[in-house]
Design a protein around this ligand. Structure first.
Ligand code: FAD
Length: 392
């Protein structure tokens, strides 16, 4: 085997591609990750890092239970995932399991929160319904306007940029290779896949994993187009300096109104807009003003905290709002998809990566946690009954 021959080539070095690489490590496979960098605004660097299994839902009702179960399994996998990465790399991920608080400003919103809390408990989750006073005792930074809140004590958060740095460092510690290029073509036959990179280099791999996020819409010659659409998100960070504000807060009517995510380094991330179809990296002044004003309604101190950064990223969305995970039977043999994690790629990374690695390696691969079933997320759900094309 020479230096450009691999068992598994992963296209995309965001949280999903690197987590799959991590799940494959220790399995005696030669793994390469190829990542084009910031040619299109990646999602992972832009994320707030909420691990909000209790609050996110699929766009289509048919996927709601499966997505909730996957999110809950991934949330449960997070403490060990974070601890192992921190141990291996000596880097902090700022993982915190303080829970997440969703707030209401009026009786209608409070009733909606109560309903979602009941649904969550019926699914096996945990949620406490609080009145305004109880919510402020939990999080004193909340405005007097808050009349009720739903507290999900099991939800958590992490710093996605620290996570990405740690995943890269952990991957470097394995024998894995990394190429900072775009894959422009994949040609597959029985002998394996030949990957052509934007600098003209060629790699060979038996198996290919497509984990290219929203940039999956930019076609790679030789691979069928996946049903992904970019949904742009803009966000900002303010500096809360010495303030003790510590809970992730979700404002009413998500995603139209903001969330606030306090980080250990003093930043509070305020996000995020949802603009379907846009691919540019620009951040609109009006969007930032609106996010900040919305956040200040909930945590008034935000008005005094200076802005330190603003950014955008492209979420990879699918027609039903759930990820696409598994073998792609439309094109050359041995291609797997790890795409479409939309608003939850940070939450879902540990579970999706572990389950996909098992599918790639075969069922005999060891599993450190209860089995995660990928069947509901298989790519075939987007292929028409005639077997041609896909919607989205
Ligand atoms: C504003 C915002 C806030 C968010 N907040 C949260 C949150 O709080 N919690 C949560 O769980 N999720 C959140 N998300 C969603 C989360 O960020 C994504 O679901 C996740 O990062 C997707 O990861 P990925 O690895 O699939 O994609 P990406 O991070 O986009 O990585 C894909 C990589 O593939 C590379 N690539 C693409 N095509 C090629 C090619 N042909 N050759 C080589 N490389 C290629 C790209 O350069 C990129 O680096 C948020 C997203 C945004 C935008």
């Amino acid at each position: 085997m020479n230096a450009t021959n691999f068992d598994i080539a992963i296209i995309g070095g965001g949280v999903i591609g690197l987590s799959v690489a991590r799940a494959l490590s220790g399995q005696k496979r030669r793994v390469v990750v190829i990542d084009a960098g910031h040619e299109t605004p990646p999602a992972t660097d832009a994320a707030a890092g909420m691990l909000a299994a209790s609050f996110e839902s699929a766009a289509e009702e048919s996927m709601a239970d499966a997505l909730y179960a996957l999110g809950a399994q991934s949330l449960a996998a997070w403490p060990a995932f974070a601890a192992m990465l921190e141990d291996e790399t000596g880097l902090s991920l700022d993982y915190r399991d303080d829970g997440i608080v969703a707030v209401a400003f009026d009786e209608g919103q409070a009733a909606a929160l109560k309903d979602s809390g009941e649904q969550l408990c019926a699914r096996g989750g945990a949620a406490w319904f609080l009145d305004g006073g109880e919510a402020r005792r939990l999080e004193p930074a909340l405005s007097d306007r808050v009349v009720a809140a739903l507290y999900a004590p099991g939800d958590a958060q992490v710093d996605p940029r620290k996570l990405l740095i740690a995943l890269r460092a952990a991957f470097r510690k394995t024998a894995g290779r990394f190429f900072g290029e775009r894959v422009v073509q994949v040609e597959g036959d029985k002998a394996g896949h030949r990957l052509m990179l934007s600098n003209g280099e060629r790699l060979v791999a038996k198996t290919v994993v497509l984990a290219s996020g929203a940039a999956a819409t930019q076609l790679i010659a030789g691979l069928p187009p996946p049903p992904i659409t970019p949904v742009k998100g803009e966000a900002l960070a303010v500096d809360r300096s010495e303030n003790t504000f510590r809970h992730v807060i979700r404002c009413p009517a998500q995603p139209a109104l903001p969330y606030l995510c306090p980080k250990a380094d003093g930043r509070v991330i305020i996000g995020a807009t949802e603009i379907a179809g846009r691919r540019d990296a620009g951040v609109d002044d009006a969007s930032v003003r609106k996010l900040r004003a919305g956040a200040a309604e909930v945590v008034p101190a935000v008005r005094d905290w200076p802005e330190i950064e603003r950014w955008s990223g492209l979420r990879p969305a699918t027609p039903d709002g759930a990820p696409i995970l598994g073998r792609d039977r439309r094109g050359p043999d041995g291609v797997f998809l790890a795409l479409g994690h939309y608003r939850n790629g940070i939450l879902l990374a540990p579970a999706c990566a572990e389950a996909l690695a098992r599918e790639i390696l075969g069922e005999s691969a060891p599993s450190p946690s209860p089995l995660i079933h990928l069947q509901p997320f298989h790519p075939e759900r987007f292929v028409s009954s005639a077997g041609e094309g896909e919607h989205g």
